[in-house]
Write a protein that binds this ligand. Sequence first.
Ligand code: ADP
Length: 481
Amino acid sequence: MEEYKKLIFSKSYINGEWFSEGTETFEVLNPADGSIVATINNGDAHTVTQAIDAAHDAFKSWSRKSAKERSVIMQHWYALIIENREHIAEIMTLESGKPINESRGEVDYGAAFIQWFAEEAKRLYGDIIPGYTADRRIMVIKQPIGVVGAITPWNFPLAMITRKVAPALAAGCTVVVRPSEETPLTALAIAHLAEKAGFPKGVLNVVAGTNASEMGKVLCESPLVSKISFTGSTKVGQILSSQCVPSLKKISLELGGNAPFIVFEDADIDAAVKGAIAGKFRFSGQTCVCINRILLHEKIYDQFTAKFVQAVSALKPGNGMQEEVNIGPLINKKAISRVESFVADAVKKGGKILIGGKKTDEYFFLPTVIGDATKAMDFAKEEIFGPVAPLFKFSSDEEAVQLANDTIYGLASYFYTNDLKRTWKISEALEYGIVGVNEGLISSEVAPFGGVKYSGSGREGSKYGIEDYIEIKYICIGNIE
Ligand code: ADP
């Protein structure tokens, strides 16, 4: 038996046990060839209710543990994930199609949030504020918000979970995770490792099922859940937000993006090409910080384009399980047809396919560059989520900023320049939560990740990331003579 199979589980994980009900199942498919990776018991609204009850019961004792006790268990969990890095990476590649080297990178990246927040747990300091009369003292303490519902997408089957779960657990919250139905296996594998690490039952629960809207509604509407954290599309974020309104439930949202990548005329073109390849084609363009629009100053348009197309021609598409592959399949057939329609729309409106431009079979789309892109093309406004890089032209800093900000989204943005003044001015002018300057890869557990406008609210990672999971309490002590 392949070793990774020891970490494949086929039921939801609730209250410290593998939980199934009914006989309905669903299949997790390998996007590289459509084969079945695993068959899972299909959880539903009732499964979610069971998990919420378990998390609610566990909250009483987990929240009362010392930060140090929570931290020790989290450190143990981190170590177990790293110990099982290769197996988890294989499972991730099998269920998501992600090239195996990227999966290994995601295990490291995702686990790093657990390590980081295990440390932060001990630094959740309050304040002592000078009293407003001589006999009063004012204290501010930070307390866990309660049961957290985490709803996550398929593009980072591990990291999107740990970015939410690690700060929540560190703060003393308990959690119900509903991973994407496309990639529940990584989530269930790390739930198993959480149990081995020593988390008490009910602290971390994972519910697997295909009826996303029904399961999400239960989480949003339950009076026992205090907080929702969601990563996914803006459309679903809006649905969940509205479902949280009646109970005034707090919600953090990491939603879609439309990242611009600006190359100014003074930029180091080779560095920009390298950054563009990394920022565009990671996981075949299927991340929310992936470059959506490459904006090039007219003076360097031809030079950048030639080098970029050459670099794209060196990418190796194929099954992500093969070591040398760096462009895997798209997640499903729907994703392929979506990318096809972006390309067809661009060509109809005068765009030129400089390389790629088509699918090679029902799961793979070639890395593609489209020249002469214009604002009229669909990808100027919408998130591509695939391996297509459109090249736009601009002639002044003002025009570059105007083009970059001409979107409802505001997650990640990037620009390349060697001019210090421009670095400041453009960084401040971009209406985005994240700016990469001369850098195409910006995600890290030490930095605050999150967007503005229709890209959401809240920040994940860094010292700020735990704030979404705490309540601030002010305690006034009077009559101190
Ligand atoms: P993506 O395009 O990344 O799949 P989605 O927003 O469709 O983005 O999905 C993100 C996560 O939200 C997935 O786990 C998906 O199953 C879940 N989801 C989709 N629709 C709903 C919904 N109506 N309510 C709750 N969760 C949903």
